[in-house]
Ligand binder design. Structure first.
Ligand code: SAH
Ligand code: DHB
Ligand code: MG
Length: 218
């Protein structure tokens, strides 16, 4: 089935997404520099762009930069004076992302902070609230990152979490895969938090069967 899922993603991209030299260059540079091809898909990137615009986001927080593919989509949704802070553990990933964001013409809006996201987040105390948060880093820490997103947000902040279905792996209550354990802890955390309204939507496509969580701070 996944060949057909990929063909439909190609159809969607062909019909609804413009040819995009900067993003194609980002993916090529990522591959050339040895980054894993785990960026969001083109259709998902455009969805993030649209959701950030619908939210009227002026300040965006991203956790998990990789080569800046999703970062570029999100930065493009910002007004000229908007800001995006993106957190990345791996200095090589961050260096490649810097090149890609520069090439895409969005680097002036983007602040890449290198180090464990939990450390960078803990240091964020007096920043203006974020309007939109995209969580896409280590899947073990999703519950912690959602808590930080609430702390650094405001009523109405949009929170999106990538990879919450993992080909159905989320159902495995006895999993020893810490990414699955972490994703289940994320669902438990969100289910128990009266400050959030949330759902999750399953997706198929170029990135196989997965899904994203969508939450709004009350
Ligand atoms: N959002 C990107 C993909 C991110 S892949 C896109 O769609 O284009 C996940 C990234 O999270 C990787 O670059 C990985 O190095 C980073 N990461 C993993 N653990 C992390 C941590 N503890 N803190 C910050 N980043 C982390
Ligand atoms: C994988 C996919 C992702 O979107 C991600 O953020 C991390 C890992 C994966 O397929 O392994
Ligand atoms: Mg992801």
């Amino acid at each position: 089935m996944s060949a057909r899922w990929q063909a439909v993603d190609a159809y969607i991209a062909d019909k609804l997404l413009c040819a995009d030299d900067a993003l194609a260059a980002t993916l090529a540079n990522n591959a050339a520099k040895g980054l894993p091809p785990i960026d969001v898909s083109a259709a998902q990137g455009k969805m993030l762009f649209l959701l950030a615009q619908i939210a009227g986001a002026r300040r965006i927080l991203e956790i998990g930069t990789l080569g800046g593919y999703s970062t570029t989509w999100l930065a493009r949704a910002l007004p000229d004076d908007g800001e995006l802070v993106t957190l990345e553990l791996d200095a090589h990933h961050a260096a490649v992302a810097r090149e890609n964001l520069e090439n895409a013409g969005v680097s002036a809006k983007v602040d890449i902070r290198v180090g464990p996201a939990a450390t960078s987040l803990a240091a964020m105390i007096s920043e203006a609230p974020f309007d939109f948060v995209f969580i896409d880093a280590d899947k073990q820490s999703g519950a912690h990152y959602v808590g930080e997103a609430i702390r650094l947000g405001r009523p109405g902040t949009t929170i999106i979490v990538d990879n919450v279905v993992r080909e159905g792996g989320v159902l495995d209550a006895n999993s020893e895969d810490e990414r699955i354990v972490g994703t289940r802890a994320l669902f438990d955390r969100i289910a128990a938090d009266p400050r959030l309204d949330a759902t999750a939507v399953q997706t198929v496509g170029a990135k196989k069967w997965d899904g994203f969580m969508l939450a709004r701070v009350r």
